[in-house]
Design a protein around this ligand. Structure first.
Ligand SMILES: [Zn+2]
Length: 336
């Protein structure tokens, strides 16, 4: 249960979450995004590489509606595909577009930042399409234009592994951006696609910040000063991201919050730390629902986070920034 103040604030706020793996989990589970059985079996690639593990679904359209989450980044993480990354991305995105079109909810596929505010005003849900791991481009810069036309507005440079663009944070003796990675970032800047630095190793992070002419975003990461996982950002990285107009979206993944005893309170600690280092205008939330563990049960827990932020003494306007207006600001700058 949350207080009246938190409920009212959450209800009126624009709430945007910048990372989930909900597309792929639905495909694996044979479910549609409305919570029912899939309307037609059709997945060609996504389900070939892994099976549904039975985990309860954390985010779908009805859950977004009930939890007051107005917009979410729906990412297709292509990392598991073997030699079929481009197909995997299209399989996942196509599934989602079909689901969005058939949903009993009205789903706006976000092409411009103003689509989010309009959807919010009209009581519709908004979806930002994203690809996690640029191997989804299959080494072709041209595919970016095609993905852009479909509606993709964010792309994660790499997963924690090695990609054609860069090395992730778990690659031993990893390098920085490749020549392809640099061209890709330039093209994303030109098109107006958000560059996501989550999962990059430190060198890749700094090189991306240096090469991007647009502010960049960590769509789902936490603070390394509080939890020493390489997926988390150092204080210097948080400061630089903020100074460059970027945004860090704190994620709910237990092992990035605390390797011994992760709690939701611990998540709030990460939010406060990020505010201190990056600045209040550069902090947001990116749950990693349906791919990032169960510290937070699901989208339904969102109002509780609003409550906890208020309990820490944050002003209502600052809570609104974290819930959505910071996301909206960077999207306006980058995608227009
Ligand atoms: Zn991820």
């Amino acid at each position: 249960m949350v207080s009246e103040q938190a409920a009212a604030l959450h209800e009126s706020a624009l709430v945007i979450d910048s990372h989930n793996d909900s597309i792929v989990i639905h495909m694996r589970a044979g479910l549609n995004l409305d919570g029912g059985p899939v309307r037609e079996q059709g997945a060609a690639i996504v389900t070939r590489f892994s099976r549904y593990n039975g985990a309860p679904i954390q985010l779908d359209f009805p859950k977004m509606r009930a939890a007051g989450v107005n917009a979410a980044f729906f990412a297709v993480d292509v990392t598991l595909a073997k030699g079929t990354h481009l197909q995997y991305a299209l399989d996942g995105l196509g599934f989602f577009l079909r689901e969005a079109a058939h949903s009993s909810e009205e789903i706006v596929i976000v092409r411009r930042a103003a689509d989010i505010t309009r959807a919010h005003e009209e009581g519709k849900l908004a979806a930002v399409l994203a690809i996690e791991n640029s191997d989804g481009l299959d080494q072709s810069i041209y595919t970016l234009s095609a993905f852009y036309e479909i509606g993709v507005r964010a792309l994660t440079v790499t997963h924690s592994t090695r990609s054609w663009a860069a090395d992730g944070c778990e690659v031993e003796n990893g390098g920085g951006l490749t020549a392809f990675g640099k061209r890709m970032i330039a093209e994303m800047n030109r098109l107006g696609m958000l560059v996501d630095v989550s999962h990059l190793n430190d060198r890749g992070f700094w090189e991306t910040l240096e090469h991007s002419t647009m502010p960049v975003m960590a769509t789902h990461s936490c603070c390394r000063a509080l939890c020493g996982h390489p997926r988390n950002l150092t204080d210097d990285q948080l400061k630089a991201l903020g100074a460059a107009g970027g945004v860090v979206a704190l994620t709910f993944v237990p092992e990035f919050i605390d390797d011994a005893a992760p709690t939701i309170d611990g998540l709030i600690d990460h939010i406060e730390h990020a505010i201190e280092k990056a600045g209040i205008d550069h902090v947001a939330l990116g749950s990693d629902f349906d791919g990032g563990g169960t510290l937070v049960e699901g989208a339904m827990t969102y109002p509780q986070i609003t409550e906890l932020l208020l309990q820490r003494g944050l002003a209502e306007d600052d809570v609104r920034k974290i819930l959505g207006t910071n996301h909206l600001r960077i999207l306006s700058e980058v995608i227009g």
